[in-house]
Design a protein around this ligand. Structure first.
Ligand SMILES: C[S@@+](CC[C@H](N)C(=O)[O-])C[C@H]1O[C@@H](n2cnc3c(N)ncnc32)[C@H](O)[C@@H]1O
Length: 282
């Protein structure tokens, strides 16, 4: 039984990193005319009001997108593109609405592209299907397990594909399922671009994630992580997160190199905030 609801966390520092990278991946892959097939294996509700009880309860968005929203001075290209998407969802001066990964994809994809979304939580699936799956012929929303079903959709007929794997890691086995699912997916579609989000938590599984991802059978990858504060020694506090991209666009490293210092300083919650950026190229 799943209890995680992304509406409590939407727009937090982890969403900022994940979505800033997600936007760049889609924008880059949309430069070629050939259709792009996008799969979000853990889609959430699609988009979130920041004025609900859920969002207000923890108020996490205030230390995430909230810190960027007010910026009027010059910000780096990664943040400019990220804010353009968030602003497009908010008509006035006030930050009221936050687009999730499915909505971001829907906004950036073209007529010839396709979007496949998986969400297992029945309430979030309903919201997602209602918001994105009704009037847009490019989109199909499934109430299935994104881990087990992914391989059935691969390889896409256009041979141009992008996958986001963004579990809540609510279940301990999610860490291993990410690795197992990617192994299977790479066997069927080795040239696809895969983006995997993971949390930085005081847990062995979380600490081991970068090493396990780097050991996957792929020739090129990029790994970016952002810690907004010192790690908690106990409890469940998430001090940061990482994005691991298999077969990344060749432009992504330089863009992140330019932008991560500013993003890290804007989202810092204490003196120990930091980021890492590394890549392997074939
Ligand atoms: C972190 S949230 C997704 C957030 C979303 N990707 C975004 O960035 O806006 C993870 C979601 O995965 C769903 N979920 C958990 N296990 C799943 C599975 N095996 N297959 C599909 N969805 C799953 C949860 O219900 C939750 O809504």
């Amino acid at each position: 039984m799943l209890s995680y609801r992304h509406s409590y966390h939407a727009g937090n520092h982890a969403d900022v990193l994940k979505h800033a990278v997600w936007i760049q991946l889609i924008k880059y892959l949309c430069q070629k005319d050939k259709p792009l097939f996008v799969i979000d294996t853990h889609a959430g509700a699609g988009g979130y009001s920041l004025e609900t009880e859920h969002a207000e309860k923890l108020g996490e968005f205030r230390d995430g997108v909230g810190r960027l929203w007010e910026r009027t001075d010059s910000v780096s290209p990664l943040i400019v593109d990220y804010l353009a998407i968030v602003r497009a969802e908010n008509s006035g001066q006030r930050l009221r609405y936050y687009p999730g990964s499915p909505r971001i994809a829907q906004m950036l994809l073209r007529e010839q592209d396709r979007l496949r979304l998986f969400e297992l939580h029945s309430s979030d699936h309903q919201i997602l299907a209602h918001k994105l799956g009704q009037d847009d012929k490019r989109v199909i929303v499934y109430a299935d397990d994104g881990f087990t079903t992914l391989k059935a959709l691969l390889p896409p007929s256009s041979r141009r594909g992008l996958v986001l794997m963004d579990p809540s890691y609510e279940l301990r086995e999610d860490y291993s399922r990410v690795i197992h699912t990617l192994r299977e997916a790479l066997q069927k579609f080795s040239s696809g671009t895969y983006a995997i989000w993971y949390p930085q938590l005081p847990k062995l599984e979380s600490a081991q994630m970068p090493k396990r991802l780097k050991a996957l059978p792929c020739e090129s990858w990029l790994h970016v992580s952002l810690s907004v504060r010192a790690p908690a020694t106990q409890g469940h506090g998430m001090c940061g997160s990482g994005m691991f991209v298999i077969n990344p666009p060749w432009t992504l490293h330089a863009l992140l190199q330019e932008s991560m210092p500013q993003l890290s300083s804007l989202l810092a919650q204490d003196q120990q905030a930091s980021f890492t950026l590394e890549q392997q190229r074939n």
